[in-house]
Design a protein around this ligand. Structure first.
Ligand code: NAP
Length: 260
């Protein structure tokens, strides 16, 4: 690691939402580590422990990983109690978590049932509030929260359905949390990522077609790469972004500016 890149030296961050080596949270964790931060990992549960155990050494000897199902308040409490006892403070937290029942991503939004809607909004949106409540006392001044969103919050993307509604709510949540936490010197932002082939993305019917279409239509004529998302995430939690809060920053090779 060259000292020019060590913009996060002395900082401690946690990335929640690592499922495997393709996860956006994993590329962001790697980028933060390469920029000099101590990086901890949060993952949903036992199902991913093996993947996490294999990946963790890449983040250096001071990294740690903890399970946390963000759909449970007790789990969130246990997670933060453990975190506080292990590290004492945080400088940044990544929320890279979304879920909707498969049936809600097929057909029409019109047919979405109450239970599927509630699950999608609970796991994909309320979780950021639940994490922010518990992270705020641990975050040092200048710290920040970061989440991941998608353009389907603003425009209709076929099949994205209830996740589009959830991402719109997530982006509004970013703005309100930025207002609430601003006086404490804590920033809150979202990266709106172009499509990337991950486990969650493959749950969206027609995702391969979405990838191809976005690459064809983007001004840069390609899709965003994982290292590029890591670089944006490093910038947003760094001192260089100290005046940026409540924003949705697009990292999509320009796709979202196109009108047709
Ligand atoms: P991913 O690797 O599948 O990561 C999603 C993570 O959320 C998984 O680790 C998943 O675990 C976790 N999660 C779901 N429910 C959870 C819960 N109750 N508690 C804790 N964790 C839970 O997919 P990804 O594409 O990197 O997604 C990360 C974020 O980026 C999501 O918010 C997604 O909407 C956003 N995003 C993705 C793209 C894209 O094209 N890939 C584009 C823009 C934005 P499980 O596997 O157990 O559900």
């Amino acid at each position: 690691m060259g000292c020019v890149q060590a913009v996060l030296a002395g900082k401690v961050g946690i990335a929640l939402g690592v499922a495997n080596h393709r996860s956006l949270a994993w590329s962001i964790a790697q980028a933060w580590h390469n920029a000099g931060a101590r990086v901890l990992i949060g993952y949903q549960g036992e199902r991913f422990k093996k993947n996490i155990d294999e990946l963790l050494p890449e983040l250096g000897p001071d990294s740690l990983a903890f399970p946390c199902d963000v759909a449970s308040d007790q789990e969130l409490d246990r997670f933060f109690t453990e975190l506080a006892s292990k590290v004492g403070y945080l400088d940044f937290l990544l929320h890279s978590i979304a879920y909707a029942p498969r049936e809600a991503l097929e057909g029409r939004l019109l047919d979405t049932g109450r239970a599927a809607f509630n699950t999608a909004l609970d796991v994909s949106v309320y979780s950021l509030i639940g994490l922010a409540q518990r992270a705020a006392p641990l975050l040092r001044k200048g710290g920040s929260l970061l989440t991941l969103t998608y353009y389907g919050s603003q425009k209709v993307v076929p099949h994205y359905n209830v996740m589009g509604v959830a991402k719109a709510a997530l982006e509004a949540t970013v703005r309100y949390l930025a207002f609430d936490l601003g006086p404490q010197g804590i920033r809150v932002n979202a990266i709106s990522a172009g499509p990337v082939n991950t486990l969650a993305a493959r749950g969206i019917p027609g995702f391969t077609e979405m990838l191809r279409y976005a690459a064809q239509r983007s001004p840069l004529q390609r899709n965003v790469s994982l290292p590029e998302l890591g670089a944006v995430a490093t910038f947003l939690v760094s001192e260089a972004a100290s005046a940026i809060t409540g924003q949705v920053v697009f990292a999509d090779c320009g796709y979202s500016i196109m009108g047709g």
